[in-house]
Design a binder for this molecule. Structure first.
Ligand SMILES: *[C@@H]1O[C@H](CO)[C@@H](O)[C@H](O)[C@H]1NC(C)=O
Ligand SMILES: *[C@@H]1O[C@H](CO)[C@@H](O)[C@H](O)[C@H]1NC(C)=O
Ligand SMILES: *[C@@H]1O[C@H](CO)[C@@H](O)[C@H](O)[C@H]1NC(C)=O
Length: 402
């Protein structure tokens, strides 16, 4: 039997940085390759292209123009369309190296057209359509990802390998640390899914990525998501059903596991507002899975999976904590502020008293980490908290930049 809950609590985790203005069209590319077996071995359906089963090799997912601040341009030229005849000389290589696995079965043109319109048009100042696809094909050949792994004894044989060994094999062979993204197979195992490397603006040379690594200002490690460095805003940590006495239910409904296909329309907003900072770098879905399975399933009688994630996004959109703090002169620039001024600013801007959670930076300073606000059981309205989490901050706290 499910216990009734009376209060939902939203926790917002702080990520800060000065948003760089995107003065140029893009700064670098992500080159992303995917393992077809891991695309297919999940609950989502996959279909082989009409031209036949792809080779047992990594396929290109895309070559994505990106900004250094982690954001990226997309669909840069609405008038531009994909011209299949412009790459007719590459078509054999495209079929073998950039195969589609989407359903229903098709010849790949849809996938390539999507990649060109969404990403390729944003690097058109450097690479026209033919050069864009050719650059990606050349990068795949130059890297030889499958061979790199096989040389290190890592075979696509269904076996398990340590993340470190995969990371090390690629780092040793290319000279650059890759981003490694996993997904979850039908039995719940983490499996190697996508490999990211950064590429210079010419689309021809691998370069060092500014991630992953220890960029967050605590003694514990943090890694940026494979989609890039999160924006300098508060990120959502979770929306947690709670009881009035401060205890909370968890893992309430194993019959309703997280299903990413329920929230495809929210995915890009979630990547911005609910990014993962755990290591190794991931595409955030493991974070969302954890939050849904542990917390979301305890309010699933009120909010189904889609409604739950929408509710959290709407709440974050209702009150912009960063501007609330900024307008009170509290800026994420590494300065110290009194805890009471932070509480007062948020209480003034939101209308309710927040819970403030601090952690400790490498020099031992108390720093602003998480902000708790309470929300009614509909998940729509902020309310006064029946009980606040116990104070973890010193009276003066640092507000680090990010
Ligand atoms: C498509 O590409 C072909 C081959 O490069 C070219 O001759 C043709 O003009 C292009 N069509 C459009 C609409 O740009
Ligand atoms: C990577 O290089 C280091 C240093 O040369 C070596 O000790 C290690 O065994 C290599 N690892 C792999 C997986 O090749
Ligand atoms: C941080 O911003 C505050 C408020 O604008 C300002 O008073 C302070 O001097 C700044 N500190 C640094 C280190 O820039």
């Amino acid at each position: 039997m499910k216990l009734p809950f009376s209060t939902l609590v939203q926790i917002l985790v702080l990520h800060l940085l000065v948003v760089l203005s995107a003065s140029q069209d893009f700064d670098f590319f992500y080159f992303v390759q995917q393992w077809p077996g891991s695309y297919c071995d999940t609950k989502r359906s996959c279909c082989y292209p009409t031209t036949g089963k792809p080779a047992s090799d990594f396929g290109i997912h895309g070559l994505w123009p990106n900004y250094n601040d982690g954001s990226y341009p997309s669909n840069c030229r609405s008038s531009s369309s994909f011209n299949a005849s412009a790459i007719s000389d590459l078509i054999g290589k495209m079929r073998s190296d950039w195969p589609t696995l989407a359903c229903p079965s098709n010849d790949g043109t849809k996938f390539w057209s999507h990649e060109w319109l969404k990403h390729g048009t944003c690097s058109e100042s450097v690479l026209d359509e033919h050069s864009y696809f050719e650059a990606a094909l050349n990068l795949k050949k130059k890297m030889g990802l499958l061979q790199i792994l096989q040389n290190a004894g890592i075979q696509p044989d269904g076996g398990f390998y340590s993340l470190d060994s995969i990371n090390e094999a690629i780092s040793n062979a290319t000279g650059y640390t890759p981003g490694i993204a996993c997904n979850v197979d039908a039995s719940g195992n983490s499996q190697l899914y996508q490999i990211y490397l950064c590429v210079d603006k010419s689309g021809s040379k691998f370069i060092k990525c500014s991630w992953p690594g220890s960029y967050c200002d605590t003694s514990s490690e943090c890694c940026y998501p494979t989609t890039g460095k999160p924006a300098s805003s508060f990120g959502i940590h979770g929306l947690w059903p709670n009881y009035n006495d401060g205890t909370y239910p968890s893992n309430c409904d194993s019959s309703y596991p997280f299903d990413v296909t329920q929230i495809t329309d929210l995915e890009s907003s979630l990547q911005v507002s609910w990014p993962s900072l755990s290591c190794p770098s991931s595409d955030d879905t493991s974070f969302w899975t954890h939050e849904w399975d542990k917390h979301g399933t305890c309010s699933d009688t009120v909010l189904d999976e889609h409604a739950y994630f929408s509710a959290a996004l709407n709440l974050k959109g209702q009150k912009d904590l960063i501007s609330i703090l900024n307008s009170a002169g509290i800026v994420a620039n590494g300065s110290f502020y009194s805890l009471s001024s932070i509480k007062q600013a948020i209480a003034g801007g939101v209308g309710y008293n927040p819970g403030i959670d601090c952690n400790t930076d490498e020099s031992g300073n108390s720093q602003l980490y998480q902000v708790y606000l309470c929300v009614d059981t509909s998940g729509a309205n902020f309310i006064q908290c029946p009980i606040l989490p116990s104070n973890t901050c010193q009276s003066t706290v640092a507000f680090p930049s990010f």
